[in-house]
Design a protein around this ligand. Structure first.
Ligand SMILES: Cc1cc2nc3c(=O)[nH]c(=O)nc-3n(C[C@H](O)[C@H](O)[C@H](O)COP(=O)(O)OP(=O)(O)OC[C@H]3O[C@@H](n4cnc5c(N)ncnc54)[C@H](O)[C@@H]3O)c2cc1C
Length: 490
């Protein structure tokens, strides 16, 4: 892996904004050989929370963090800024670790959202966090009820994190009659993710974590102690945490457990009058129930941020991500079309910027943590699957517990599991993945037109990683809602 640079064209709107306000000096590059108790590779939420948790538990521990470009330049500084719990994924979680542990993790994932707000206040991080809830919505008849099984399973266990809304209420609160039905989770939040990432970096520095940016790991030597090699220096450490998100696909043991897809975001200029006119001025974030999810929210100054999961049909061969999913979105036009479908009053000239980023999707849509096989002192986190802003706080607790050798609820938690081969090796992974991706796109397009999906597409889509609702592709269309189904442009 070569030394990489980043130019302003390749920064997300969020990160460019955060850096403008921060006006950082030149990055500190690793240019010598160091020793540490723990070396963390990756300066996103996972790496930074891990560093903070370790230093908080053991202030005397020597912790070094190295980052390929800038802290927050990965997915953490360019996501949609949804801070979601695990409740929507309860069924997958219960399959992975049993209902009791799943309940505990869901409750924890909700609690950390409030903790995050308190943390930001305490440490002077202005991440523009708003605890205004999340709408899990249907934008076509075939999506209606995507949440039913989750809501019913939880109700049977006495849990009611989702509030049922009437179709009129859904349309009114979301500012668009394209939303036909939905349930609301009040505990969710939104924030400006790059401001959070940079704020976490500053806090980690204050705790004494040594951070080096523009210092990509070029090689990991797995002896004990292990050595993380960069182009101009190295870190020899008793424990290593690989917090590299999608870039950890370079490790063959890890990439068998997840696939790489893109997620693409467009951001508008401030349109506060439009938001006021349509009635979406409540800070509520929204996801639809497509297989390739659309997610959208507003900012405090009245911008709309609209994202599309699953990106283009082209996939990354062999896990060699490098800079392939950095910079502007290659499907911005498509994303814009979908945004206009939901909010037709927006003009093309309202769009300010767009970008892309990588998502690490596991088979069950949940993150996995543990030690590399045969290397008990090298730990990893993979697979947030597009829901990592809130859960990475749990990830930090889990990785810190593993790296410190603690025997606590986090080290033993249900997300710590040995890796399995969940996806085939190349070239099957690439060619098979393309077929599945195309099938999933066909299903979403058919649902938009209120048509049944082709049989072959439905069969192939069963091989796709789980989203919010793994069952939606095969569900029959429910009865017509009170309002007529929307006509779609695509
Ligand atoms: C467009 C987009 C929208 C999303 N929207 C949401 C959302 O709204 N809500 C939500 O919860 N989640 C969302 N996600 C997912 C979420 O952003 C991630 O799950 C989360 O940020 C993961 O944090 P991380 O620290 O594990 O990864 P990252 O932030 O990607 O951090 C990994 C870091 O490792 C660095 N790195 C890679 N290789 C090396 C190397 N060799 N040496 C040193 N450093 C290296 C990278 O530069 C990067 O900074 C979205 C993701 C994307 C891309």
């Amino acid at each position: 892996m070569s030394s990489e640079t980043i130019d302003s064209q390749r920064l997300s709107g969020w990160l460019a904004e955060a850096l403008d306000e921060e006006n950082p000096g030149p990055p500190r590059i690793l240019k010598h050989d160091l020793q540490a108790d723990v070396c963390i590779v990756g300066g996103g939420f996972t790496g930074l929370w891990s560093a903070i948790e370790i230093k908080t538990a053991r202030p005397d521990a020597e912790v070094v963090l190295i980052e390929r470009l800038l802290c927050g330049s990965g997915a953490s500084g360019r996501n949609g800024g949804f801070v979601l719990s695990f409740w929507a994924k309860f069924e997958s979680l219960a399959k992975m670790c049993g209902p009791d542990e799943a309940l505990r993790l869901c409750q924890q994932s909700s609690q950390v959202i409030a903790e995050l707000q308190a943390f930001c206040l305490r440490h002077g991080i202005d991440a523009e966090m708003r605890l205004d809830g999340w709408l899990w919505a249907a934008t076509s008849r075939r999506q209606i009820g995507a949440w039913d099984s989750t809501v019913d399973t939880l109700a049977a266990l006495g849990q009611r994190p989702f509030e049922s809304l009437t179709p009129d209420e859904v349309a009114r609160r979301s500012g668009s009659a394209q939303h036909l039905a939905g349930v609301f989770e009040a505990a969710s939040a939104t924030l400006q993710p790059a401001r959070l990432a940079r704020g976490l970096m500053r806090h980690a520095l204050r705790l004494g974590v040594k951070i080096f940016e523009h210092s990509p790991m070029v090689r990991l030597q797995r002896d004990r102690p292990a050595t993380v090699h960069c182009a101009q220096g190295s870190v020899q450490a008793h424990r290593v945490i690989l917090a590299m998100n999608a870039w950890s696909a370079r490790f063959v043991e890890l990439r068998k457990a997840f696939v790489l897809v893109s997620s693409d975001v467009v951001m508008t200029h401030p349109v506060p009058d439009l938001l006021h006119d349509i009635g979406w001025h409540n800070g509520m974030s929204i996801s639809d129930s497509r297989m390739l999810v659309h997610y959208y929210r507003t900012t405090p100054d009245g911008r709309i941020v609209f994202g599309k999961g699953g990106g283009s049909e082209d996939l990354i061969y062999g896990g060699q991500l490098d800079q392939q999913l950095d910079g502007p979105s290659r499907i911005a036009g498509t994303v814009r079309t979908h945004l206009h479908r939901i909010y037709p009053a927006l003009q093309d000239s309202d769009i300010a910027t767009h970008w892309t980023g990588p998502i690490d999707r596991t088979r069950n849509g949940l993150p996995h943590f543990g030690a590399l096989p045969g290397t008990p002192h090298v730990f990893y986190a993979i697979g947030y699957s597009g829901n990592g802003v809130g859960p990475s706080m749990l990830g930090g607790k889990i990785l810190a517990a593993l790296a410190l050798g603690l025997d606590n609820e986090w080290a033993r938690c249900g997300l710590v599991k040995p890796l399995r081969r969940d996806f085939p090796p190349e070239p099957l992974r690439y060619w098979g993945g393309r077929l599945v991706r195309q099938a999933v796109g066909q299903i979403d397009r058919a649902a938009d037109l209120d048509q049944p999906a082709p049989w072959l597409a439905r069969q192939l889509s069963r091989l796709a990683p789980a989203g919010l609702s793994p069952t939606v592709s095969s569900a029959p269309a429910p009865k017509a809602p009170a309002r007529p189904a929307p006509r779609t442009p695509n």
